[in-house]
Design a protein around this ligand. Structure first.
Ligand code: AFP
Length: 315
């Protein structure tokens, strides 16, 4: 078996899940989502870049790609036969697939995060959060799995089921094979930082924290896409992404169910941290599928410093 640094290569996603003795239904679910991404890639490369003529529950104009990606994933989730409830960032209500839900999974997903970047040919992604049972409105610490798929120069998939964080690359046969497993963030200061929101709207605490990052030599890397920005922090094993509380948006911008919980689960599994500036993202109990929260996510040391600056300057 070919290996680099102890990583057995060419192992495909299904085999990796099986070799990690993952639940058979969870394996099936994750592989269905991976398969859906093949159709999303095709849509991104050849599809309609225009608007769909509809808006989502946040009043945002939906792109044709948003609606198409949402439909592709919903169809696969239903086809899996192991899903009970589905919440999509592009839909107003939770889709109830099976009321007999205790033994099945409930899934929250953002079908094409950063879709407004496709027409300028920047990287975008799909983000998925998985819970056992019926309830989607529970703290993120109860997730049984999370993953994202990054549609960039290469297509990669990163997942965790609570046994480490693993990255797969799509090969020429459109299969996902292992690139690296058990990814661990390095300790120490953040090497890169991705500051979301307008700096003029930053609180004093966030401004002091941003200066701390810059004085510590962190390089600014912000693409406007949560998935590529988090992927950079994870694969470089160092960095900090933030979309903080703003004077004109106290809850920040990003959504707890579809964006923050799955990414916080992955980054914590890799030895990093995720906070809203005052508490652990994964301990927040959502009140509705629409909930947003400020976020500081990445290297543990940087997240701890963000909390210190906010406690000291944003009382
Ligand atoms: P879109 O899906 O509207 O492009 O927003 C992308 C996103 O949710 C997330 O991927 C980015 O990190 C963040 O919003 C970018 O927000 P700004 O455009 O305010 O920088």
């Amino acid at each position: 078996m070919d290996e680099i640094g102890g990583t057995p290569l060419h192992i495909d996603l299904r085999r990796h899940l099986r070799e990690h003795d993952e639940d058979r239904d969870l394996t099936r679910l994750i592989c269905e989502i991976a398969d859906a991404s093949k159709y999303i890639i095709n849509s991104i490369n050849t599809g309609d870049l225009g608007v769909a003529g509809t808006s989502n529950l946040y009043g945002e104009k939906q792109l044709a790609l948003d609606v198409l990606s949402d439909r592709i994933i919903i169809k696969r989730l239903m086809h899996s036969d192991v899903v009970a409830n589905i919440a999509s960032e592009e839909r107003d209500d939770i889709v109830v697939v099976d009321a007999d839900c205790e033994e099945k999974f409930s899934v929250a997903f953002d079908p094409l995060d950063g879709s407004s970047l496709v027409d300028v040919n920047l990287a975008v992604g799909t983000i998925v959060s998985i819970y056992k049972g019926c309830n989607l409105l529970q703290p993120g610490r109860n997730q049984v799995a999370a993953l994202y798929i990054l549609y960039g120069p290469r297509t990669t998939l990163v997942y965790s089921t609570g046994n480490g964080v693993h990255e797969f690359g799509m090969n020429s046969l459109m299969e996902y094979t292992l690139n690296q497993e058990n990814i661990r963030m390095n300790d120490g200061p953040a090497k890169v930082y991705s500051p979301g929101g307008q700096r003029s709207q930053y609180s004093l605490g966030t401004e002091k924290f941003t200066q701390y990052l810059e004085n510590g030599g962190a390089k600014l890397r912000y693409s406007g896409g949560f998935v590529p920005d988090i992927n950079q922090v994870l694969i470089k094993r160092s960095g900090l992404f933030m979309y903080p509380h703003l004077k004109n948006a106290p809850d920040g911008k990003l959504r707890l169910l579809y964006e923050l919980n799955p990414m916080a689960y992955l980054i914590e599994q890799a030895g990093g941290a995720a906070s809203d500036g005052r508490r652990r993202i994964l301990d927040i109990r959502p009140e509705s599928v629409e909930d947003r929260a400020p976020v500081f996510i990445g290297s543990k040391e940087a997240v701890a410093m963000a909390e210190r600056c906010i406690a000291e300057f944003d009382a």
